[in-house]
Write a protein that binds this ligand. Sequence first.
Ligand code: ATP
Ligand code: MG
Ligand code: FE
Length: 336
Amino acid sequence: GCILAIETSCDETSVAIVRNGTEVLANVVSSQIETHQKFGGVVPEVASRKHVETITRIIEQAVDKSGVKLGDLSAIAVTQGPGLIGALLVGVVAAKSLAYSLQLPLIGVHHIAGHIYANQLVHKLEYPLITLVVSGGHTELVHSEAPGKFRIIGQTRDDAAGEAYDKVARALHLPYPGGPHIDRLAHEADAAITMPRAWLEPDSYDFSFSGLKSAVLSALNQANMKGIKLEPSHVARGFQESVIEVLVEKAIRAVKEFGAKQLLLAGGVAANRGLRTMLAERCEKAGIPLLAPPLSLCTDNAAMIAAAAFLKWEQGKFSSLDLKAESSLSLEGWSL
Ligand code: ATP
Ligand code: MG
Ligand code: FE
């Protein structure tokens, strides 16, 4: 099974060719970050237009790089959702055209299933497992009792972790996307300004980050009014410690309660050094095997979409050519 996958859900145009859900033959990622940086965030219409401009070239590059002939492909996969509707549409139309003209099956993929299965490109998965999904738009604890099965046991009630990182970074006048900058500052800091933790109800696996974000903004404002300048690295460290402590605590509790054999980390914020370090320490102590993708596979890419598509390909579960992009596609609904 050799799958060509397309990902255009946000601000990365990516095309990958992956054999048997694990062997990456090509994974070309073209980021629009520079385009959106001057606006301080992703502008949906601009993202959509950029995808249109680049998609054909990226498909050609991926095919060339892989050394695979179009005739050797077994299926075309594409991110169906969730994401920016105009951005998703570009990928879906490109994938349908390829599937139709090459007479190959089409497979619509859930973007977060892709983030989770990025782990399969580098690790052997054992079920049941728990995934901590931390990305720009999602923060979820997902229970998988078998391959391709997803049950959300907890999720954010307001901001996603990555969204909170980006908003706090903006308040500190750091460039978009702010996550990596906060991570670096937190790492360099020699002290931290203590911030609140949102634990919610004692048995809840849900998260909340908007209160923390407000606490950071109000600390900055109050200091500003008093004519004091808070050390940005101290703010970054305090914010990061609060985010990480809650994520790690709840993830470990979920692994224990569900008797999971592995804990997976997934999504753009999985690139966070502080999070990876603390999770590794806590998992080591608790004897929990922790898996995380390499940094390049944490943020949006099409190889992870091909990896997730392979689950459906194996079972012959294909999409029809009237597949629709869905900006808020459900993960549980996409389950096998
Ligand atoms: P979703 O996957 O939920 O649709 P998305 O695709 O926009 O959202 P990703 O590409 O998975 O999100 O991740 C991007 C997010 O990851 C951004 O919010 C970015 O700031 C954050 N991020 C990237 N690297 C780091 C890091 N080292 N520390 C913290 N956050 C990071
Ligand atoms: Mg992105
Ligand atoms: Fe993503």
